[in-house]
Design a protein around this ligand. Structure first.
Ligand code: FAD
Length: 453
């Protein structure tokens, strides 16, 4: 049975996150956006309020929440600021390879520490010369005795300037692409790790983004998250579980833009009346509402698939590109409704507009999600309908009686070139439309080939 009712616990979580977002985040983010700085103290408050590290299993001291629960919380935080939502939940992104990996020692050492002591952990596959093509990682990992030595650079590392730990993906042999990819948990204080300047951005300015350099960084074997050849899959499994959360970012941001637009159309007047009286404006609101609801439904479905042990990869990708593109459209329309005022920094919509733009880029661009989904649709998806050339079709010998008395069916033959259907005991000598010979006709009734599965 499908049920979209939130449990009392989920309602409580939502209330807590909503209250935190309204009270602690909303009033201050405009300032931190202006000065282009991440307010670390808010992350600490969120940690103290129990709103971080939600995915760490109870075994390691965490809350062990599922993705649906996390999506509910994230929507509320993102409704106040997508940048802070990104930084708050970046810990979950950094933790996911640790949680999913096979190395029990690394889990026991780091996960309880993150839960107990407000530690930040970032995730890095991207590099200055590579983002979408994860198999193209150049950061080099070399075995030296029992240790590994890392050399290379990472770019776009969210929270990287503040993080204590990094989940780093590297390659033993960049030419071998997927086959050489491995992953490690690296500590920021280790020799050879350096952090670059905060990267200036269009939006998401309340979230810290930096480049990292690894200069012969020695990593003990206890810190291996994925052996060579296992890293690519670990990265993809991580994305399947974090992309639904990007859907929740998009839903929260779009919801706020819609709410601000609804308020505005009831207040702003033009041509002697509220602009909300114009049907063109009402239809914009309806479409915003439709997109917010659809984005949330997809997000919850992807999260539910992950929580119930199904492979969430395809729904996560669909969610990622649908919800993030829908959010861009909703915010764009909200700005149009606010018109001149929407373009100012006095009203909230321009910040949301700048912030949501990144959602179509990070954690796999919209184009990459389309590749994932189209590949699945074209090669693995199992159709219900029979092949086109077997498509069953017949007609009644006596059309007047057919609907009352049931039909006496005629044999039917389909031309495989132009699709023409010929009724009769034998196919025609040639197709009367495309002129191809009798051999191009295939019997489609009575059915011989396709069976309903
Ligand atoms: C604010 C921010 C925070 C980020 N945080 C992190 C982080 O914490 N950790 C991390 O690892 N990364 C992070 N990223 C990086 C992000 O994941 C990458 O930017 C993203 O994956 C795209 O990579 P790219 O920018 O190198 O673009 P490229 O891969 O160079 O792509 C350029 C363009 O080409 C298109 N393209 C590429 N390949 C194909 C193809 N096969 N078919 C069709 N089109 C294609 C892309 O869709 C894009 O439009 C962050 C990025 C930003 C902006």
């Amino acid at each position: 049975m499908l049920d979209f009712t939130l449990t009392p616990e989920q309602l409580e979580l939502r209330e807590k996150a909503r209250e935190f977002a309204r009270r602690e985040i909303l009033p201050v983010v405009w300032y931190f956006d202006e000065v282009d700085e991440m307010p670390l103290f808010i992350l600490r408050k969120a940690y103290e309020a129990g709103l971080m590290n939600l995915n760490i299993p109870e075994k390691y001291g965490g809350k062990g929440l599922g993705l649906v629960d996390q999506a509910i919380i994230v929507e509320e935080i993102a409704a106040a600021c997508v940048g802070l939502a990104t930084s708050l939940f970046d810990n979950s992104l950094g933790e996911t390879p640790v949680i999913l990996c096979k190395n029990e020692k690394v889990k026991e050492k780091y996960l309880p520490e993150i839960v107990k002591n407000f530690r930040l952990i970032s995730f890095a596959t991207s590099e200055p010369l590579m983002g979408s093509d994860v198999a193209g990682i150049q950061c080099k990992a070399e075995k030296d005795g029992k240790d590994w030595v890392l050399t290379g650079t990472k770019y776009w590392v969210t929270n990287g300037g503040y993080a204590d730990y990094y989940s780093i993906f590297a390659n033993v042999d960049p030419k071998s692409r997927h086959q050489g990819i491995c992953a490690f948990l690296v500590e920021k204080t280790w020799d050879g790790v350096s952090v670059g300047n905060s990267i200036p951005k269009l939006g998401l300015r309340t979230s810290n983004t930096v480049g990292l350099e690894f200069d012969h960084v020695r990593v003990p074997e206890e810190n291996v998250l994925a052996e060579p050849g296992e890293g690519f899959i670990l990265a993809m499994q991580t994305f399947s579980r974090t992309r639904p959360i990007i859907g929740a970012f998009a839903t929260g941001a779009a919801r706020s833009a819609m709410e601000f637009a609804i308020q505005y159309v009831k207040k702003r007047r033009a041509f002697g009346q509220e602009i909300g009286n114009f049907q063109a404006v009402q239809f914009k609101i309806a479409e915003m509402y439709q997109k917010v609801e659809t984005a949330r439904l997809l997000t919850w479905k992807a999260a539910w698939e992950a929580d119930t042990g199904k492979d969430p990869t395809i729904t996560s990708s669909i969610t990622k590109f649908y919800a993030t593109e829908a959010a861009s459209e909703v915010v764009n329309e909200a700005l149009q409704i606010f018109a001149g005022y929407g373009y100012t920094t006095f009203y909230p919509v321009e910040k949301i507009y700048r912030d949501v733009r990144v959602l179509k880029i990070y954690e796999g661009t919209s184009e990459i999600q389309r590749i994932v989904v189209s590949r699945h649709a074209l090669s693995q998806y199992e159709p219900v309908m029979p092949p086109l050339e077997d498509l069953p079709r017949t007609r009644a010998e006596d059309p007047k009686k057919a609907s009352r008395e049931g039909m006496k069916e005629q044999k039917a033959w389909r031309c495989r070139i132009c699709g023409y259907i010929h009724y009769g005991d034998e196919p025609p000598e040639k197709c009367p439309y495309c002129h191809f010979p009798q051999s191009t006709f295939k019997k489609v009734w009575p059915e011989e080939h396709s069976k309903v599965k």
